[in-house]
Write a protein that binds this ligand. Structure first.
Ligand SMILES: *Cc1c(COP(=O)(O)O)cnc(C)c1O
Length: 393
């Protein structure tokens, strides 16, 4: 079966070299040398001020809310992985949904204000499929209403906005390094903030509140990453350029072939993508189910990310229904994309989808593509059969 992704495994000999070093020191966890090295390298690679590694991305979210002392309610997106919502509920913070932008599929900053209640303290937004949120407008709304901003950056590793890491926006960004993610440590995650005092507090929260052998400062939990996981991360970080290049190549082929036949996610202007996913929106759920069945017949397993819309979850009711998110979640399918995806498999995916869409006689309305974005050039459309973004560095 060809799945929507395949966990990237770096060089095995290199990984075993790190394992040898772990056996030599006997240091398996609790802020070992490999975790320290990975933190330093990620800080430089991403270009962020503070990064604290955690043992998964869900706990990273929970600790982010704790570090900011959040209570009451938070405005969040209904179109994300369930952990964005469940982490809030788990921490006793009531999620209030605001709808998504129908083009970028991210939380619509214009929808936030109407949802703010007396006890609302924060905005929790996801850079969905690695598409940067409208961070500037969200920052304005947050400032006006004195709300904290937390970005669930689980899909956004390497993503840049105006040539800086998108993780530099908001009070805190969280990452997931789960095995299915673009960059991974088998299980793992991270918390990013440019506030040094907040970073120190986060480190305490991740380690039971233990300051020193004899001093415990407040409640904490265990969110530590282990050395074997860090070793995997160090190996994969070496290969990031190759991983991003291969994903971009696959994504641009999909874009070329499918862009005129299916709705694609509109990229946030001034941003760079990482192609952690390749989602398409079909005409409706009927076409989606038909295409999925046709692909499954050929041994290809696309995934319905994200379905259902999170405003329908039983444990967050009552909620005001969010129509854009509900409609989109019924028609989005993520196609296989990962380094090493065989070309013939991608061709099969494309052919199967085009065959189904061929009954559509009218081409879709002209799509608006971003003009020039940092480091990217949108080629002259007249010269192309389909729009395409090309890296110019
Ligand atoms: C994967 C993911 C998470 C959860 O991360 P884990 O490391 O699996 O706990 C949270 N939010 C989003 C958007 C994700 O895709």
């Amino acid at each position: 079966m060809i799945n929507v992704t395949r966990s990237y495994l770096g060089n095995k000999a290199k990984f075993l070299g790190y394992v040898d070093s772990i056996y030599a020191t006997g240091w398996l966890t609790n802020h070992g040398p490999l975790v320290t090295e990975l933190e330093e390298r990620l800080r430089d690679y991403l270009g962020v001020r503070n990064i604290i590694l955690t043992n998964n991305g869900t706990l990273a979210l929970q600790i982010a809310y704790r570090a900011l002392n959040l209570t009451g309610s938070a405005i969040t997106t209904p179109f994300s992985f369930v952990a964005t919502t469940s982490s809030l509920q788990w921490e006793g913070i009531r999620p209030i949904f605001a709808d998504i932008d129908k083009a970028t599929w991210n939380l619509d900053p214009k929808a936030i204000e109407a949802r703010i209640e007396a006890d609302t303290q924060a905005i929790v937004a996801t850079h969905v499929f690695g598409n940067a949120c409208d961070v500037e407008t969200i920052a304005q709304v947050a400032q006006q209403h004195r709300l904290k901003v937390i970005y669930d950056g689980a899909h956004a590793f390497s993503v840049r906005y105006k040539n800086h890491s998108v993780f530099n926006w908001g009070d805190i960004s969280t990452l997931s390094f789960h095995a299915t993610k673009l960059f991974h440590t088998i299980e793992g995650g991270a918390i990013v903030t440019d506030d040094d005092a907040l970073a120190a507090r986060i480190r305490l929260l991740c380690n039971f509140g233990i300051v020193d052998t004899d001093i415990i400062d407040g409640i904490g939990i265990n969110a530590k990453l282990n050395e074997f996981a860090a070793a995997m991360g160090l190996c994969i970080l070496d290969d990031m350029a190759l991983i991003l290049e291969q994903r971009e190549e696959i994504a641009s082929r999909y874009e070329h072939q499918l862009g005129d036949h299916f709705d694609l996610q509109l990229q946030q202007a001034d941003s760079q993508r990482n192609h952690s996913y390749f989602p398409i929106a079909l005409t409706d759920e009927t076409q989606l189910l038909r295409c999925r069945a046709a692909l499954m017949d050929k041994g290809i397993n696309p995934r319905r990310y994200f379905y259902p819309s999170l405003d329908t979850l039983s444990y967050v009711q009552p909620q005001i229904p969010q129509p854009e998110s509900r409609a989109l979640s019924r028609r989005v399918l993520c196609l296989p994309i990962y380094p090493g995806l065989p070309r013939h498999v991608q061709n099969t995916v494309i052919e199967t989808l085009l065959k189904d869409s061929s009954h559509r006689s009218q081409p879709q309305a002209e799509r608006i593509w971003p003009q020039v974005t940092a480091g990217w050039l949108v080629e002259d459309r007249a010269n192309l059969s389909a729009p395409m973004c090309k890296r110019i560095y």
